[in-house]
Design a protein around this ligand. Structure first.
Ligand code: BDR
Ligand code: CA
Length: 312
């Protein structure tokens, strides 16, 4: 089996960290690089945290790149209130010793897509879409070379988690999301409608802790930390584990169900900035541009995740 080549574009964040670990644990995927963007916390921390996670996984050779430090045309909004001051609060891990690559993340995305055959690279987007949109603006010829973008972002029936209308990743940089959603690249979207079903219940987290490995312990500690916020907010048993849904889709697409529909991004209204206007009922003639997921087999997802994390 030839592994699928992916670039993970990310703003770690505990759930991003779990997604990165899931990818690194999976032989079906070849992680060409990890490109960091400002989001949950500022860029110096997201690019540090990505390296902390690679070293935790014993994969210090994975190239990590720092990218855009602010959205295309707005001030950065961060989410320390969820992820803690470092973005990876919940467990003390060593400062990374592996270096950041001396290349901007956007240049890495562009050069990688130029250098490999058309359709060879899948982009996995776990944060605001600033790096990917910047690459598309700067080098439009790479757009048709992307196999697919699988992204965590948006919401329809669940509304938003940052405003009543908007999910965090799309809210932070709606102009970037607009570029990506209009790009014509095949999109698979993991919105809140899916991720709110993937809850870190006690039993699931104890399953990860019971692996008895440093990685299993770190994942359990991270989720213990961030779930306090979401449980208070939603009154749920556990918190949504958003970003790993992107990687789980690549490994086991049958876990998810959705519809191929038109999704557009609100960029103008202050009230609904960053809303994913999803034509779920196909009430407009607008052309479908995204596979927008709505259902997930949560038990199957956690079985996959726990099994893979256990390999690290
Ligand atoms: C998304 O926002 C971030 O806080 C998480 O890492 C995830 O990517 C969920 O809205
Ligand atoms: Ca994220």
């Amino acid at each position: 089996m030839t592994p699928r080549k992916i670039i993970i574009d990310t703003d770690p964040g505990q759930d991003d960290a779990v997604a990165i670990l899931l990818a690194l644990a999976s032989p079906e995927l070849e992680v060409l690089g990890i490109t960091c963007v400002a989001g949950n916390v500022p860029l110096p921390l997201t690019s540090r945290n990505a390296r902390v996670v690679c070293e935790l996984a014993g994969r210090a050779a994975v190239p990590v790149f720092a990218g855009c430090e602010r959205p295309l045309s707005r001030d950065l909004v961060t989410a320390e209130y969820v992820h803690g001051k470092s973005g990876l609060d919940g467990i003390e891990l060593p400062e990374p010793t592996m270096p950041l690559q001396p290349v901007h993340a956007v240049d890495f995305i562009i050069e990688t897509l130029r250098g490999l055959p058309e359709g060879a690279v899948t982009l996995c987007a776990l944060g605001p879409l600033t790096n990917i949109a910047t690459a598309f603006r700067r080098a439009p010829e790479i757009v048709p070379r992307v196999a697919e973008i699988v992204l965590m972002g948006g919401g329809c029936f669940e509304g938003g988690n940052t405003t009543p209308a908007a999910e965090f990743n799309i809210y932070v940089d709606p102009e970037a999301a607009d570029i990506v959603f209009r790009s014509g690249v095949p999109l698979v979207v993991m919105p809140l409608d899916v991720t709110h079903q993937v809850l870190t219940t006690r039993a699931r987290i104890e399953g990860l802790r019971a692996l008895g490995t440093p990685v299993g312990h770190a994942v359990a500690s991270w989720t213990d930390f961030f779930e306090r916020f979401d449980m208070a907010k939603y009154g749920s048993d556990g918190a949504p584990l958003h970003d790993p849904c992107v990687i789980a889709y690549l490994l086991a697409p049958g876990l998810f169900k959705g519809r191929h529909i038109n999704v557009e991004i609100e960029t103008l209204s202050p009230l609904t900035r960053g809303m994913t206007v999803a034509d779920w009922w196909r009430v407009t003639p607008r052309a479908p541009n995204a596979m927008f997921m709505r259902e997930v087999d949560a038990a199957g997802f956690f079985a996959l995740l726990t099994g893979r994390i256990g390999r690290l």
